[in-house]
Design a protein around this ligand. Structure first.
Ligand SMILES: Nc1ncnc2c1ncn2[C@@H]1O[C@H](COP(=O)(O)OP(=O)(O)OP(=O)(O)O)[C@@H](O)[C@H]1O
Length: 335
């Protein structure tokens, strides 16, 4: 398979007098093969938008290499821009325009044939409402209109930042069908999302980013398989002992996520060693069960963003996997 998108060692550093130096991208790598629907996942502040904006020439990187459809960017962006459709920030539409007016205006500006407007309206499922003003649209309909605008030029690569944001379950399902249809038609789609269950269903492959670095990548099944061996749920005879058990295990190098009535452990090769270690500290296991993983649990494990009751994880507090202290019990989604 050929790569439609390749990123190697991308770096972006922000400097401010107040906050000092912040490495938004710290040697980030990514590769997306042709015809795939590729999920780009990471906690808040991990560098997704910075990556996408850098790719589209909206931000200048401090280092690294980016190639789209065989052309090195940003240098060769003019050569590939016509083949890349992107929605990185919510586009603003004229509220008094209808969807058809909006798309006709954009098609005219891009010197695209008028029939393309009807084609994309059909594709995103807005055909029957195309004559209504945008200000009467639901959030989901506006999202579809945004996707339609990115599809006008029939791009080879479609990049969508959080396309399922604000959609209800029905809207998400339809978005999923749309992504699959586009991919079946030969388009490569990169979409960033927090809705991991959906990513698991929609995407062929994923890249997971944490603190500006890639921490996992590959076909969804492969990423799941790589992490399915070592995920274990434990319960203790006394639920009040859970914090102490979490502490003991973390100090022993096990990655721990605390739930109200159990602990989830990652990276456990020998489950028996866990019960032995805890027993040595007077902590007795009542249940120890391997757990089939889904993408959400892999994501939480790798970025250490599993919620902990009473704690709120702040933006940027994901972890670098493989480094000392990368496990830990801390963190929950920012409230
Ligand atoms: N213009 C800027 N100046 C300073 N820091 C910035 C700027 N833009 C982004 N950052 C920082 O870079 C890091 C990565 O931000 P980015 O927006 O790429 O994350 P993200 O993964 O897209 O997050 P989210 O899911 O919340 O959109 C964050 O720490 C953010 O605060």
């Amino acid at each position: 398979m050929s790569a439609v998108l390749e990123i190697e060692g991308l770096r972006k550093t922000y400097r401010s007098r107040r906050r000092g130096v912040r490495h938004a991208l710290d040697g980030f790598d990514m590769r997306v093969e042709s015809g795939q629907v590729h999920g780009f996942l990471g906690p808040n502040g991990s560098g997704k938008t910075t990556t996408l904006r850098t790719l589209l020439g909206l931000i200048r990187p401090n280092g690294g290499r980016m190639v789209i459809l065989g052309h090195e960017v940003p240098h060769a962006l003019p050569a590939v821009a016509g083949q890349v459709g992107a929605i990185v920030e919510s586009p603003q539409f004229f509220p008094h325009f209808t969807a058809r007016d909006t798309l006709s205006l954009l098609a005219g500006a891009g010197q695209l044939p008028g029939r393309r407007v009807d084609e994309v309206l059909e594709l995103v499922g807005l055909r029957d409402r195309a004559g209504e003003r945008v200000k009467t649209y639901s959030l989901g309909m506006k999202q579809r209109l945004a996707v339609a605008s990115a599809l006008l030029k029939n791009p080879k690569l479609l990049i969508l930042d959080e396309p399922a944001n604000g959609l209800d379950p029905g809207g998400i399902r339809e978005m999923r069908t749309l992504m699959r249809d586009l991919s079946a038609a030969g388009m490569t789609v990169v979409l960033s999302s927090h809705i991991l269950g959906e990513i698991q269903l929609i995407c062929d492959s994923v890249t997971i980013i944490s603190l500006g670095r890639r921490v996992a990548y590959g076909p969804v099944e492969q990423v799941l398989a790589e992490h399915s061996q070592s995920s274990v749920r434990i319960r203790l005879e006394a639920v009040t002992d859970l914090p102490q058990a979490a502490d003991v295990l973390t100090r022993a190098g096990v990655r721990v996520a605390a739930e109200p009535d159990h602990l989830m452990l990652a990276g456990v090769d020998k489950p028996a060693a866990v019960s032995r270690l805890l027993a040595e500290h007077g902590l007795y296991v009542s249940e120890l069960a391997p757990v089939a993983v889904d993408l959400e649990s892999v994501f939480l494990e790798l970025t250490a963003t599993a919620p902990v009751p009473g704690q709120h994880r702040q933006v940027d507090q994901s972890t670098k996997v493989g480094e000392p202290g990368s496990g830990g019990t801390g963190g929950g989604w920012g409230a």
